[in-house]
Design a protein around this ligand. Structure first.
Ligand code: E4P
Length: 220
């Protein structure tokens, strides 16, 4: 399963990319607004750093505007994937941009029918939001299960990009279900590394080794 960082923060990205576990980045207007500055420059720098798919979202809500913004975003770098919201105009723009060779991530997916329609119009990625569904007492991971099941029945090349992840169990469950990608805030990626027994075990290995070395040095 691929792991994307869900962030527009260069420091987060610079810290995680060298570990070798990051396959791409997702941003959205809220994340980029938080960073301030020139969003095109930020996106270009992110593309240079990650050398994988970098989702950048249109803010237009009607077809022509989405097409204009999508084509413009795609010019920033070859790694840009244009994100469009799942609306009728978004679906239409996804089809047209995909036909033009621009990869599209259809975002704000909250139902299996939305994922199916996005796949039918050639989306490269669909982004179901699990955390936001959990927030309204609906199982986000059940949606992933349904989309995986549906996509497995057909020949879609669309990848399932699990978004709005809030903790390590979302990632564990997504991987068990065979979702293609999880996009995670940096803090969630950090949490994937942690296990107290690793820390305790390492401390003991080092202590035992140092004790043995000290004993050998004492004998010399
Ligand atoms: C990424 O593509 C989504 O925009 C993001 O995961 C949404 O996350 P949130 O629900 O935590 O804002």
């Amino acid at each position: 399963m691929k792991i994307f960082i869900d962030s527009g923060n260069l420091k987060d990205i610079e810290a995680l990319v060298p570990l070798g576990i990051i396959d791409g980045i997702t941003t959205n207007p809220s994340l980029l607004a938080k960073e301030g500055g020139d969003y095109r420059q930020i996106l270009k720098r992110i593309c240079d750093l990650v050398q994988g798919p970098v989702s950048a979202e249109v803010v237009a809500t009607e077809f022509e505007g989405m097409m204009r913004e999508g084509r413009d975003l795609a010019k920033i770098d070859e790694h840009i994937v244009v994100k469009v919201p799942f609306t009728r105009d978004g679906v239409k723009a996804c089809k047209k941009l995909s036909e033009e060779g621009i990869r599209v991530n259809v975002t704000l997916i909250f139902s299996p029918t939305q994922a199916l329609l996005a796949a039918k119009v050639g989306a490269t990625f669909v982004s179901p939001f699990v955390g936001r569904l959990d927030d309204v007492a609906t199982s986000g991971m059940s949606l992933i299960h349904e989309i995986v099941e549906i996509f497995n029945n057909y020949e879609f090349t669309t990848e399932i990009l699990v978004a709005s992840t809030r903790g390590p169990m979302h990632i564990v469950e997504a991987a068990r279900m065979g979702a293609d990608i999880c996009t995670c805030p940096a803090a969630v990626i950090d949490s994937l590394f942690n296990h107290p027994l690793t820390d305790v075990g390492l401390k003991k290995f080092i202590a035992d080794w140092e004790k043995a070395q000290a004993a050998l040095a004492g004998k010399a």
